[in-house]
Design a protein around this ligand. Structure first.
Ligand SMILES: [Fe+2]
Length: 326
């Protein structure tokens, strides 16, 4: 069925009088809806983000070069950002999600700050990394998952006796900026003085658990095949806007599509994904994205693990989450 023939969709021929009328409208910051209604009211989601795979072997040399060129102190956050070619204006990896790869040498640290954007990290490699979240100091090892929920003070670094550390940052910066709701503050101290964070009568909208160690998550994943990082108090997502999970892939998954975006990192093993008709061959530390309403499936000949984070909690909270197996 041709869309322009469907009742309720615009099909207006331009005439000199109409064109003159459009120019009059434009002069007064006005517009004729019938000219762009099809664009702003699509039949189904039309993400600007494209499916994309970043191979670790392409990212890694550039990530490792950053510390040679700029100090962690001067950069404040020395991160190589993964920007979707369709979402450059929002610095998004896909949809409303941002991701970057951060590198830190032993003894380096970032100064304490907080922001309205929620953040999560998946540690890719290294020993001695730590983060301090609202005063609580957490030691991070490879494949650990850690939260810095919105509004929490945080600083992080690598102990002097550690090794060069690399992790993936995931934030909802594009969501905060598209809602015009982002804030950023600098802590009065350069680094926070560590102190235990009380958990009694926890009323905050995010998980009281900030650190999810790989070994225990992986043990559960082996039996469940999918491991959701959860807020243990609610059984829901770790933060109000973003969720995260591990998936054990062996054989093929069923094709699915849904609203909301997903950023994947291959945490172990190798396999492939078909995303919007494109085939991505991935191996450990490769990062790829699934834009909203894009059909995809995964596969692996031998057991592989995919880490991912998503904006499903934000979509669900707004009643916008929808999925289809077709
Ligand atoms: Fe931050």
């Amino acid at each position: 069925m041709k869309r322009e023939n469907v009742v309720g969709r615009a099909n207006v021929e331009d005439t000199p009088a109409l064109e003159a009328y459009y120019r009059e409208l434009e002069k007064r910051e006005l517009g004729a809806l019938w000219n762009f209604a099809n664009e702003i009211e699509p039949w189904f989601p039309q993400p600007k983000s494209v499916p994309i795979l970043w191979k670790w072997r392409d990212i890694e040399p550039l990530v490792r070069k950053a510390p040679e060129l700029v100090s962690a102190e001067k950069a404040a956050r020395r991160v190589v950002v993964l920007v979707n070619p369709g979402r450059k204006e929002w610095s998004a990896a896909a949809g409303l999600l941002y991701t970057g790869v951060q590198i830190m040498n032993p003894g380096e640290f970032t100064s304490a700050h907080r922001h309205q954007a929620s953040a999560l990290r998946f540690i890719m490699e290294g020993k001695g990394a730590y983060t301090v979240v609202d005063g609580e100091r957490l030691s991070l090892g490879a494949r650990d998952f850690v939260l810095t929920p919105n509004g929490t003070w945080h600083d992080h670094g690598v102990e002097a006796g550690g090794t060069q550390c690399i992790w993936q940052d995931g934030l909802d910066i594009p969501l905060m900026n598209s809602l015009d709701a982002n804030f950023y503050e600098v802590h009065p101290q350069v680094v926070q003085t560590p102190a235990p964070l009380p958990r009694e009568n926890w009323k905050k909208p995010y998980s009281p658990v900030f650190l999810y160690k790989w070994d225990s998550c992986f043990a559960e994943l082996r039996t469940e095949k999918i491991f959701e990082y959860k807020n243990p108090l609610t059984g829901g997502s770790v933060m109000p806007t973003m969720g995260a999970r591990l998936e054990l892939i062996k054989g093929n998954t069923r094709p699915i599509r849904h609203t909301g975006s997903v950023i994947y990192q291959a945490a172990a093993g190798h396999g492939w994904s078909e995303v919007g008709g494109q085939r991505f061959e991935w191996e450990e530390k490769d990062i790829f994205v699934v834009p909203s309403w894009t059909r995809y499936r995964h596969g692996a000949a031998a057991e592989a693990v995919l880490f991912s984070f998503n904006d499903f909690p934000a979509m669900q909270a707004l009643g916008l989450y929808r999925e289809a197996e077709d």
